[in-house]
Design a protein around this ligand. Sequence first.
Ligand code: DX5
Ligand code: ZN
Length: 211
Amino acid sequence: MVKIAPSILSADFANLKNEIIALEKAGADMIHIDVMDGHYVPNLTFGPAIVRVIRDLTNLPLDVHLMVEKPETMVNWFVQAGADILTIHAEACKHLDATLNSIKERGCKAGVSLNPATSENVLTYVLDKVDQVLVMSVNPGFGGQVFIPEQLQKIARIKSLIGNRNIQIEVDGGINPLTAAECVAAGADILVAGTSVFASKDYRKNIDALR
Ligand code: DX5
Ligand code: ZN
């Protein structure tokens, strides 16, 4: 069954503790934390201190999505803060292979994210050190954007590139019950959702609707 990773970008920040507890009770499979640095994307969000706080609130895996320039300088911060999966953007990394090594050496799972215009070809020579590929189905930076349908083709291509390797395909941006079904049909294993999970107070119903 497809896994659902609610993005806390759409949570009530004044009530973050209860939001995390509610997501866990509602059946979330992991917590997706969007780290933005105001440079790589035009928005600024959470640092490692917030990841640490969330780590102490839940046993769910923390899926940390780094939308930052020079992610290699921050790997240690987020691993120490308690990330289970650290995803970096291929476009933000001068040395993607080396940065993936640095994540894996610290005992963390490593993900590579691709912006909508980035080809899956960048994955070819790093696939054996990747646990997860995150397909951005919107341009990174903000919640509430519209799903870009061309990304379905990319999901299918990545699926065939992966072959029998144990790599999860995660899709992020514009996920609602309709686009969720299309992503799963194309080969997605994990769906990130902010707007549609937090759309109403019944998080369980919203998560179930995506499955
Ligand atoms: C966007 C983030 C997403 C975002 C998704 O840059 O990476 O995780 O929270 O939000 P929705 O589900 O609203 O598109
Ligand atoms: Zn994200």
